[in-house]
Design a protein around this ligand. Structure first.
Ligand SMILES: NC(=O)c1ccc[n+]([C@@H]2O[C@H](COP(=O)([O-])OP(=O)(O)OC[C@H]3O[C@@H](n4cnc5c(N)ncnc54)[C@H](OP(=O)(O)O)[C@@H]3O)[C@@H](O)[C@H]2O)c1
Length: 338
């Protein structure tokens, strides 16, 4: 019987997580009951929403309870099974948690991934990040060729993919990101038309210069004052796809006020939030499209990998410090031999 290392929520943080937020515990790997399967986790998906899930207030999922294994998306390999749906050797993905082994069954489910798909892609372009970008842009914002699309969090996992999809759909794409290197990546490597460094440039002034006819689509990953700058510059019939509001996830008080909300009325604009979980039954459709674009050389995905389960809390903070480019993963085990 082996050991399973887990990170359990010890206390709710005030602001960024720290050493007291999670407890590293070791438990024996349990024997399987009928209907269960054992997964050896390989990559944990580090997502801004992890921070939302450990707040006291309920969101779209109940808060992680004190003492519970930290909730997280992950991908791994089935290493033992008493369930024919999860054969040994299969790659599976689901909410497997911040731990080295997870037991499927008894309320924990996973999706079996077709053989040959790289595990990193399952966590990124073919997983929730990719599907968030795809459906959040296409279904919610309905971009049309020639339109001006602005994407915040542009060098992150979702934003970098959403901006590329908008380019594939023949839009003009302006990114907003936190460093010159990130801006160079999205323009030089990913083909965005321009990018604003919101930490060193005047976002409003730069949007005025880059979007003289206004913003047709704003794909919002951050909320706060950047959203307000976009609201102030909407084109007629603009659409705002509200993907996330990372600027408020660590805050304990009220979020920053929005001053330009009234423009939605004068510009007959639409602002709509969405959850990728609502698209689970269309993931195959979105993933097939992303795979097609990758094969055509039109879409690139990038991962940033931190090694070791014990570093997952530090990795979570990296998202808020802007220390990731592309999808942030924590590697907790070796990939299966090919
Ligand atoms: N609706 C859904 O179903 C769904 C699903 C997945 C993700 N999301 C949301 O999508 C957004 C992006 O998620 P992701 O996983 O792709 O993360 P990510 O963009 O890869 O990482 C977060 C990035 O946000 C930027 N950031 C952090 N604090 C910021 C602030 N105060 N103001 C502006 N930018 C800030 C940082 O980049 P800079 O260096 O540019 O600051 C950081 O790299 C999040 O809001 C997340 O909650 C929504």
């Amino acid at each position: 019987m082996g050991v399973n290392r887990q990170l359990r929520l010890a206390q709710r943080p005030d602001g960024l997580v720290d050493d007291s937020t999670f407890e590293l515990v070791e438990e024996p790997i349990p024997d399987l009951a009928d209907g269960e399967a054992l997964v050896r986790n390989v990559y944990l998906s580090i997502d801004p929403t992890n921070r939302v899930w450990i707040r006291e207030e309920p969101s779209y999922l109940p808060p992680v309870a004190i003492g519970e294994v930290m909730r997280s998306g992950a991908v791994g390999e089935v290493v033992e099974s008493r369930n024919d749906d999860y054969p040994v050797g299969a790659t599976v993905t689901g909410l497997l948690g911040w731990q080295e082994f997870s037991v499927l069954g008894a309320g924990v489910f996973a999706r079996v991934v077709p053989a040959g798909v790289p595990m990193t892609a399952v966590m990124n372009v073919l997983g929730t990040s990719g599907m968030t970008a795809y459906f959040g842009l296409i279904d919610i914002a309905e971009p049309k060729p020639g339109e001006t699309v602005v994407v915040s969090g542009a060098a992150g996992s979702v934003g970098s993919l959403a901006g590329q999809v908008a380019k594939i759909l023949d839009c003009r794409v302006i990114g907003i990101a936190g460093t010159d290197d990130k801006c160079a990546w999205v323009t030089d490597d990913l083909g965005f038309d321009a990018c604003i460094n919101y930490k060193t440039e005047d976002v409003g002034k730069r949007l005025d210069e880059l979007c003289p006819d206004g913003i047709d689509v704003y794909f919002d990953n951050v909320g706060g004052s950047i959203l307000d700058h976009a609201l102030a510059r909407l084109a007629l019939n603009a659409r705002i796809s509200v993907c996330g509001t990372i600027s408020s996830y660590n805050a304990s008080g009220l979020p920053e006020p929005l001053y330009w909300y009234g423009n939605l009325v004068s510009m007959r604009a639409r602002m709509e939030g969405f959850l990728v979980l609502d698209y689970l039954d269309r993931f195959d459709e979105g993933a097939a499209k992303m795979l097609e674009w990758i094969a055509e050389g039109k879409l690139k995905a990038r991962e940033e990998i931190v090694e070791g389960l014990e570093h997952a809390p530090r990795a979570l903070n990296m998202l808020f410090a802007g220390e990731n480019t592309g999808k942030l993963l924590v590697k907790v085990g070796d990939e299966p031999a090919a």
